[in-house]
Write a protein that binds this ligand. Structure first.
Ligand SMILES: [Zn+2]
Length: 655
């Protein structure tokens, strides 16, 4: 007995302990940070006479919910770019905005906002993975929540680390700093297999082992990720990360949507914790995780909301309900993931997945006092049946809402009482978050105004100013051009053969820019495709000047490698019109009377427009342009083209 003990008495206490004890009129005794006893209220009352007792009659006490995977600061990006495919969402919006805005302050404010929302919806502990995790952890500790905080490490530059080595060093310092904290369990977060190198995963595993902390990683979220792993490493994701010794550490793996049964047994063998994120997987159409199979082999499957940019909230009541329903729908079996199991996933099993079940996840003597008080005596939870003791779980999982959470305690301290947040200034927080929204909106609106800035946002641009003198003409006898080029005064320097598939994106309005996405198939002497190259070119408006039938074109071009699919660019740029040109191009670099020229013999296959010969040369002065214009008309007439057949437009202009 100790008069500093606090007793929560008279509530129905759902413990989530081994025996699934529920005390209908129960009590929880809390001393400092810890739970010291749980049991029937009348027994506790006899034992603890002089303690401070709070009457919780009519309420229900359950373990605080555990959000097994999120990116808390991303609350500030909530609803920014919805209803897009994963690549457009991530590469077109999230990453550019993150590069511009994610700072220590952003992460602090975003995390506070996330914590406020999580407390209101009954979450006491969560697993986070983001940048500036030091600021995330500080915000969590200041608010008084519990978290597994993972410092992200990626193989390319991030908002908080210019290189992979800096990222690893940052993770090490982060873990050293927070190691042993009462609320924060620090960890390292190699983002995913496809954003990691072998050495990076090995370094993360040994860092985690050195400090005995978990590794938090996204695994097999999309089918594309698995495909990529198979083509790059000749194996799916799980065996590849296993090969890098990752599973020697305690691992929390988010998503696990696309796994085969061998991979599931590997995860089970290494006791990997799973964070199932049903809303995010559905919203981004990543697929449905094989939750039933994972539970059947004994894996600890927790439930996560994922970041609020892909959910868009942090409500574990919604998430838990969805996890139970989705498993039934996916297996065509209403008996799978029953309410009690879903409840376990949101509490004790989630704690196990985070490797934190020694301190949280259930209401048991010896664990920290992380619990929430619900009001189930509400209209939407009426009536209630007593016949089946498990009915309480179905009330909680299928009916209860975040708004039913009245009080929240973490580590023995109240964070919310009577629905009033005690450690967060909601008004100030809302104002700061709205300020960020204004700034991000302005940034994106400015970017949307220019094709160039939209291109720059996805990276890899290179400016090229080109001054060319050129002319093209329709030819009826292509062979004649080929034959002529073999003779004096032409000297062939280089010759290549391409099959080119061009897609032009045209945009209305004042902007006279075009985007060309070109697939260049290099054809070898046997007519087979030797090599395929993709390039993206932003063509500025051409400034033209005519010279004796030739055209001087000066235009700025921006070139970029084009690593994404045509579909990605279409969804990202939303062109007003598209034109396709498919052509067979024979290209010669020749010397003609000491002047270097490029000759393209283009057979337009689609649309079927016949064959054109195009002669080009780089130029640098008015005088030089005049001389070359003369030369080009001469060359065209040698090829048999009439001066009246000369065309000055681009193919995209007349198809
Ligand atoms: Zn995630």
């Amino acid at each position: 007995m100790n008069h500093t003990d606090l007793i929560l008495s008279g509530a129905s206490v759902v413990t989530a302990n081994e025996q699934w004890d529920v005390f209908d009129t129960g009590a929880v005794v809390i001393r400092g940070e810890n739970i010291v006893e749980v049991g029937p209220a009348h027994e506790i009352k006899k034992k603890y006479k002089n303690s401070l007792t709070i009457d919780c009659s009519g309420k229900t006490i359950i373990p605080g919910l555990i959000n097994a995977h999120t990116h808390a600061p991303m609350t500030l990006l909530r609803g920014l770019a919805d209803d897009r495919r994963l690549d457009v969402w991530l590469l077109g919006y999230m990453m550019p905005v993150e590069r511009e805005f994610v700072t220590s302050e952003f992460c602090r404010i975003g995390t506070q906002l996330a914590c406020a929302e999580m407390i209101r919806s009954g979450t006491t502990c969560f697993a986070d993975m983001y940048y500036f995790e030091d600021d995330v952890a500080q915000a969590v500790a200041d608010v008084g929540m519990r978290a597994l905080c993972s410092q992200s490490v990626l193989k390319f530059p991030t908002p908080d680390a210019p290189s992979l080595e800096d990222g690893l060093l940052r993770a090490r310092k982060f873990i050293e700093h927070w190691h042993g904290h009462s609320l924060i369990l620090p960890s390292v977060g190699p983002h995913a297999s496809y954003t990691s190198t072998r050495e990076m995963l090995q370094a993360c595993a040994s860092l985690a082992l050195e400090y005995d902390v978990p590794v938090h990683i996204h695994i097999a979220e999309t089918a594309k990720e698995v495909e990529q792993s198979r083509s790059e490493h000749s194996m799916p994701v799980v065996p590849w990360v296993k090969k890098q010794n990752l599973f020697n550490a305690k691992v929390l793996a988010a998503h696990c949507v696309h796994l085969d049964s061998g991979e599931i047994s590997t995860l089970q063998h290494y006791q990997v914790g799973i964070a199932h994120c049903p809303t995010s997987n559905l919203k981004l159409a990543s697929g449905i995780a094989p939750v039933t199979e994972m539970l059947d082999v004994g894996l600890n499957v927790g439930i996560g909301t994922d970041g609020p940019a892909s959910n868009n909230d942090l409500d574990m009541f919604e998430e838990t309900r969805l996890a139970a329903l989705l498993a039934k729908g996916a297996t065509n079996d209403p008996t799978v993931v029953p309410a009690r199991q879903a409840f376990a996933m949101a509490t004790i099993m989630g704690a196990r997945a985070l490797h934190m079940s020694d301190i949280t996840g259930s209401i048991e003597a010896g664990k920290r006092a992380d619990l929430i008080i619900l009001d189930l005596d509400v209209l939407h939870n009426t009536p209630t049946f007593q016949r089946d003791q498990d009915a309480i779980y179905s009330q909680i999982v299928y009916v209860s809402k975040a708004s039913d959470v009245c009080d929240v305690m973490v580590n023995g301290a109240w964070l919310m009482q009577d629905r009033q947040l005690l450690t967060v200034d909601e008004e100030q927080l809302t104002a700061s978050a709205n300020d960020y929204a204004l700034k991000i909106d302005a940034f994106l609106m400015e970017r949307e105004q220019s094709l160039l800035s939209k291109l720059v946002a996805i990276g890899g641009m290179e400016r090229q100013e080109s001054f060319e003198i050129q002319a093209k003409a329709r030819v009826t006898d292509a062979q004649k051009v080929i034959d002529v080029l073999q003779q004096n005064p032409f000297r062939i320097i280089r010759h290549v053969h391409y099959q080119q598939y061009d897609t032009y994106f045209l945009f209305g309005g004042s902007e006279d820019h075009q985007l060309r996405i070109r697939e260049d198939d290099l054809i070898d002497a046997e007519g087979k495709v030797e090599n395929v190259r993709y390039r993206l070119t932003l063509l500025g408006p051409a400034k033209e000047k005519e010279f004796a039938g030739s055209i001087l074109l000066s235009r700025s071009r921006y070139l970029a490698p084009s690593p994404h699919t045509l579909r990605f660019y279409r969804e990202y740029f939303v062109p007003e019109e598209e034109r396709e040109v498919e052509k067979d191009r024979l290209r010669w670099q020749v010397s003609f009377r000491g002047v270097e020229l490029y000759v393209n013999l283009d057979r337009l296959d689609s649309p079927d427009l016949g064959t054109f010969v195009e002669v080009k040369s780089r130029t640098w002065s008015q005088r030089d342009a005049e001389d070359k214009a003369q030369l080009i008309s001469e060359v065209l007439s040698i090829f048999g083209a009439n001066p009246e057949d000369v065309i000055t437009e681009d193919y995209s202009d007349f198809v």
